[in-house]
Design a protein around this ligand. Structure first.
Ligand SMILES: [Zn+2]
Length: 353
């Protein structure tokens, strides 16, 4: 199956990339040569001698990069995490496909921009409609005092299951080295805001399904964006404007019910038992979009259950009860185009203090 799944953490990159790094027959020297070839075209980029030395140090250790453990999948309350730096790569030396992942990120001072990887991370990479976490990574050695500002996080396209942390050091002359003990710290206010927006998207989706599934022929939930300036859920079928009030009422009902939001891991039998196999089967003509299970946990899907409302396969972060989305989840507008409908929404910002 080519391409990437839609949700964060449930991603499996293309077989071509998987074979580069995970083939049992691939010996170390061949793997290193492939890695060098991959980067050769980037070695003419205007970088400093220090950046080249760091790149070579990282490259020599990355023959078979291990997957980054996504700690927020199992405990999304972690806001700091001690770990070890695995690799550090000047942004200019990143493979082109991985550089392109950061096109929409804020511009950074080129000389100071690096991408870091770790064995594990508490940073949520952008995906599944949820923005990436931001934050800082500091050296655990009190003598160094070096701090890295994380501005964007993505799943790598070229190194399967690796999470790339893009950001800057105050100076390119004082940076981390592979093996350094560091502490990750996410921007807690932004994480909570994104978690409220994301959970509100599920609540809106389930409210619309509960109301309209039996009224609209061919109804289905398609996709969602949980970005602050474009939060919306999309549905198959035409939802008339008259439904805006009833949808708002249903959303309010779910918020006031203070429904628990629970994370679980399901195999295919679990979906069948709950009558929810539609959630993991390909839609008509959209086979490439079928959501993949996470291989590291016995090929189970991570699911979020809004108890009493709906279940979704999801790799994102959530609040623990529906009312924790905030005082209001406002249904803003219903748009219709090409047989589909888009319902935009917002949450009250700034509750994080
Ligand atoms: Zn979710």
């Amino acid at each position: 199956m080519q391409g990437r799944a839609r949700l964060p953490g449930l991603t499996i990159s293309s077989p071509r990339h998987r074979s580069l790094y995970s083939s049992p027959s691939l010996n170390k020297s061949r793997s290193r040569r492939i890695f060098s070839d991959t980067f050769r075209s980037h070695l003419n980029s205007p970088t400093t001698p220090l950046q080249h030395r760091l790149f070579r140090a990282s490259a020599s250790k990355m023959t078979t990069p291990p997957p980054t453990e996504l700690l927020f999948h199992h405990n999304s309350t972690l806001t700091t995490h001690p770990t070890t730096l695995l690799t550090i790569t000047p942004f200019a030396l990143l493979p082109e496909p991985d550089q392109s992942l950061f096109k929409s990120s804020p511009p950074l001072e080129k000389q100071n921009a690096f991408v870091l990887t770790f064995p594990s991370t508490i940073f949520h990479p952008q995906g599944g409609g949820q923005p990436s976490d931001e934050g800082t990574i500091t050296s655990s050695s009190s003598s160094s005092g070096v701090s890295f500002t994380v501005t964007s996080v993505r799943h790598s396209l070229t190194s399967p299951s690796q999470v790339l942390h893009l950001g800057t050091f105050p100076s390119p002359d004082a940076v981390f080295r592979p093996g350094d003990e560091v502490t990750q710290a996410i921007d807690v206010k932004k994480r909570l805001y994104y978690s409220r927006l994301h959970t509100a998207g599920h609540i809106l989706g389930s409210a619309v399904r509960h109301l309209l599934e039996s009224h609209i022929e061919g109804f289905d939930e398609l996709k969602a964006s949980h970005f602050p300036d474009s939060a919306a859920c999309e549905f198959r079928g035409l939802i008339e404007g008259k439904w805006k009030g009833p949808i708002q009422d249903k959303v309010n009902e779910f918020l006031q019910a203070k429904m628990p939001v629970e994370i679980d891991w399901w195999d295919q039998q679990d979906f069948a038992r709950e009558g929810l196999e539609r959630l993991i089967l390909p839609r008509d003509g959209e086979g490439e979009n079928v959501i993949k299970p996470e291989g590291g946990r016995g090929k189970k899907w991570r699911v979020v259950r809004i108890v009493g409302a709906e279940v979704y396969p999801c790799g994102g972060t959530h609040v623990e009860r529906t009312d924790l989305c905030g005082e209001e989840v406002k249904v803003r507008k219903i748009g219709r185009s090409k047989g589909c409908s888009r319902v935009s929404y917002g949450v009250v910002p700034g509750l994080e203090g």
